[in-house]
Design a protein around this ligand. Structure first.
Ligand code: VG1
Ligand code: CO
Length: 544
C-alpha cells in the first residue's frame, strides 16, 4: 500500500506545555492540525522505522478519531507495529507500563488530563519515550520546532480499523494489536502490593471505602482491580463509566471538583477511606473519614511507610518532588538518610532520576504520586499503596497522618489557583515578581523576614540540562515559603498558582485549619504580588 504525501502549512501554536499539547477540540479539528503535530513528533525522532508504538488515551471526545488518524500515519511513516488499547483507551500510567513491558520505541497518549472534555472541551496529545515517560524538554522543543516548519505529512487512504475487538490486524505493512487496556497494568499492581492483605481488610466487615473515577479513564481499571481482584462491593465505586465528556464534570481530584466524594467523606457516618482519580488516571486524592490528606503529605507518608509494602520492602533509593511541593518529604528523606531532589513542575523532570536509580518515589503537590514502577505519576497505584498501609497498620487515615506530624512536624500547605484570568495581567504579576527578586531579601512582612527570592532554575543532575523560569520562590527565615507560577496546562487565558507552606513542629499546634495556619502568608502574598490588582479577582477559584 502506497503512502500518501499531503501538503500542509505550519500552525505556529503547537508548543507543548507542562504535559503535551492541549487545545480546545475545535482547534484540533482544523484541517491538518492533528496530522501536523503527529508528523512533527515522528520527524523529531530517529530510527523508529520498524519499531513498535503504543497508542491510547483517556477516552475523551476526539480520542477515537485521533486514534484512526495516528494509525494511518504510523503505517505510512514506517512503524512495524502499533499496540493500541481496546476502544483507543489507555490510562497514562497504563500506557507507560505497556511501553516498558513490551520494550516499545515510544507511545502517544491522547489526553488533556483533568481539563474538561466534550465537543466544547479540550483535547490533548503527548509523546512518551521508550522509558515510558513523558518526552524530556529537548524532545518537546524539537517537536515544536518541527511543527513550525512542517510542509508535508504521510498518511494512507484507507478505511478505519476496528480497535474494539482484541487481536491483531494489518493496515498496509503495519501490524495493529488491540490489547486489553487494563490487564498489564493490573498485573503490575498485583506484583507491587499485598493484594491478599488488602482483600482481607476490605472484606473484614470493619472497613468501608469509596472510589470516584469521575466518569473518566480509571473506571474500568477500578472495576478490575478494586472490585474483581480486591472484592469491594459495586456501590463502593462511583462514576466508573467513562464518558466522552466526563459526564460534563471536571475530573480534577481535589476538594472543589471531586465534591460528590468529598460530601460522602465528610458526612457523619463517612466511610474509612475515600479516593478519586483524574481524567487520564495519573493523579489521586486521598481522604479519610472527615479528613483530607494533602498530596505533599501523602508523598511523605508513603515514603515513611514504604518498607511495609512488598514492592518497596528493600527500601527506597531517594525521593524527588516538584519545587512547589511541600518539604514534608524532605524530612522523611533526611531521617532515612536518602537523597531528596527538587525538580521543576511536570513529571518529565523525574525521568532521568528514576532511570538512573537515584530515586524510587516521586510526587507533586498537584495530586500526583508515583514510583519507579512506571515513568508517569499513577493514581490507582497511590490508592493501592494507601490501602496496603491501612491493611498493615490497621489504623485510621487520620491517626496515620497525626502520628506522622508528631514524628516529623507538620508542613501546613495550600495552593490557591486563579483560573482563566487575563493573560496580560498574570504575565505582569510574574514579571514584577521577577524584577523585585533579590531586592526583597531582608525585608520583613508581618514579622517574617525574606531569606531568599529567586526564579527557580533546575540543572538536571544526570544530563546537565538546564530549565529556567520555573516559578518565583520567596523563602522566609523560619522556613516558610510562597511560590508563584503560571500553569502550563490551561487553554484559556492564564492560570496563576500560588503555593503556600509553613512548618510547625509543635504537636499541640498541628491540628489548626490550614487556611488559618497560613493566613499570614496569604496576606503577605497579596501584599507582595498585588494579586487582586493583577487578576481582577477577589479570591482564588480553587483552594486545595
Ligand atoms: C499541572 C500540575 C503539574 C502536573 C501537570 C500535568 O501543571 O501543576 O504538577 O504535572 O498539571 O498533570 P500546570 O502547569 O498546570 O501547573 V496531568 O494529570 O494534567 O497530566
Ligand atoms: Co492527569
Amino acid at each position: 500500500m502506497n503512502s500518501l504525501e499531503v501538503i500542509t502549512r505550519p500552525f505556529l501554536d503547537q508548543q507543548p506545555g507542562t504535559s503535551g499539547l492541549r487545545k480546545k477540540v475545535e482547534v484540533f479539528q482544523q484541517p491538518h492540525y492533528l496530522e501536523n503535530f503527529v508528523q512533527s513528533i515522528f520527524n523529531s525522532l530517529e530510527n523508529y522505522q520498524g519499531e513498535v508504538l503504543v497508542l491510547g488515551g483517556d477516552g475523551r471526545y476526539y480520542n477515537r478519531h485521533a486514534v484512526q488518524v495516528i494509525l494511518r500515519m504510523a503505517a505510512a511513516n514506517g512503524f512495524a507495529k502499533v499496540m493500541v488499547g481496546r476502544g483507543g483507551l489507555l490510562s497514562t500510567p497504563a500506557a507507560s507500563c505497556v511501553i516498558r513491558k513490551y520494550g516499545a520505541f515510544g507511545g502517544i497518549v491522547l489526553s488533556a488530563s483533568h481539563n474538561p472534555a466534550g465537543e466544547q472541551g479540550d483535547f490533548g496529545i503527548k509523546y512518551n519515550t521508550g522509558n515510558g515517560g513523558p518526552a524530556p524538554e529537548h524532545i518537546t522543543a524539537a517537536i515544536y520546532a518541527e511543527s513550525r516548519r512542517i510542509n508535508r505529512y504521510l498518511t494512507l487512504d484507507t478505511a478505519d480499523v476496528d480497535v474494539d475487538t482484541p487481536g491483531c490486524r494489518q493496515l498496509g505493512d503495519l501490524q495493529i494489536e488491540v490489547i486489553d487496556p487494563v490487564a498489564d497494568y493490573a498485573e503490575l499492581m498485583q506484583s507491587l502490593f499485598d493484594f491478599d492483605r488488602i482483600h482481607a481488610l476490605i472484606n473484614s466487615g470493619l472497613f468501608r471505602m469509596r472510589f470516584d473515577a469521575m466518569h473518566a479513564i480509571t473506571g474500568p481499571y477500578a472495576v478490575e482491580i478494586l472490585e474483581n481482584r480486591l472484592g469491594v462491593t459495586p456501590d463502593t465505586l462511583m462514576n466508573c463509566e467513562p464518558k466522552e465528556d466526563f459526564g460534563g464534570g471536571h475530573p480534577d481530584p481535589n476538594l472543589v471538583y471531586a465534591d460528590e466524594l468529598v460530601e460522602v467523606m465528610f458526612a457523619s457516618q463517612a466511610p474509612d477511606f475515600g479516593a478519586a482519580s483524574d481524567g487520564d488516571g495519573d493523579r489521586n486524592m486521598i481522604l479519610g473519614r472527615n479528613c483530607f490528606i494533602t498530596p505533599s503529605d501523602s508523598l511523605a507518608v508513603l515514603a515513611a511507610n514504604a518498607h511495609l509494602v512488598p514492592g518497596y520492602r528493600q527500601g527506597i533509593a531517594g525521593i524527588a518532588r516538584s519545587m512547589p511541593t511541600s518539604q514534608a518529604a524532605d524530612r522523611v528523606a533526611d531521617k532515612l538518610g536518602i537523597e531528596l531532589f527538587e525538580t521543576p513542575t511536570g513529571w518529565k523532570f523525574f525521568g532521568n532520576l528514576l532511570d538512573a536509580g537515584r530515586v524510587t518515589l516521586c510526587g507533586e503537590e498537584s495530586f500526583g504520586t508515583g514510583s519507579n514502577h512506571v515513568r508517569e505519576k499513577d493514581g490507582l497505584w497511590a490508592v493501592l499503596f494507601w490501602l496496603n498501609l491501612l491493611a498493615v497498620r490497621r489504623e485510621s487515615v487520620s491517626d496515620i497522618i497525626t502520628s506522622h506530624w508528631q514524628s516529623y512536624g507538620r508542613n501546613f500547605y495550600s495552593r490557591h489557583d486563579y483560573e482563566a484570568v487575563d493573560a496580560d495581567g498574570a504575565g505582569q504579576l510574574m514579571h514584577r515578581l521577577r524584577d523585585l527578586g533579590p531586592a526583597l531579601r531582608g525585608t520583613i512582612y508581618a514579622g517574617h523576614e525574606v531569606a531568599f527570592s529567586d526564579d527557580f532554575s533546575y540543572t538536571d543532575p544526570i544530563d546537565g540540562s538546564v530549565s529556567e523560569h520555573q516559578g518565583v520562590r520567596i523563602g522566609f527565615s523560619d522556613g516558610s515559603r510562597v511560590v508563584f507560577r503560571l500553569s502550563g496546562t490551561g487553554t484559556a487565558g492564564a492560570t496563576l498558582r500560588i503555593y503556600l507552606e509553613r512548618y510547625e513542629a509543635d504537636p499541640s499546634l498541628q491540628q489548626l485549619d490550614a487556611q488559618r495556619a497560613l493566613a499570614d502568608l496569604i496576606a503577605i502574598a497579596e501584599q507582595i504580588a498585588q494579586i487582586r490588582h493583577h487578576t481582577g479577582r477577589d479570591c482564588p477559584t480553587v483552594i486545595t
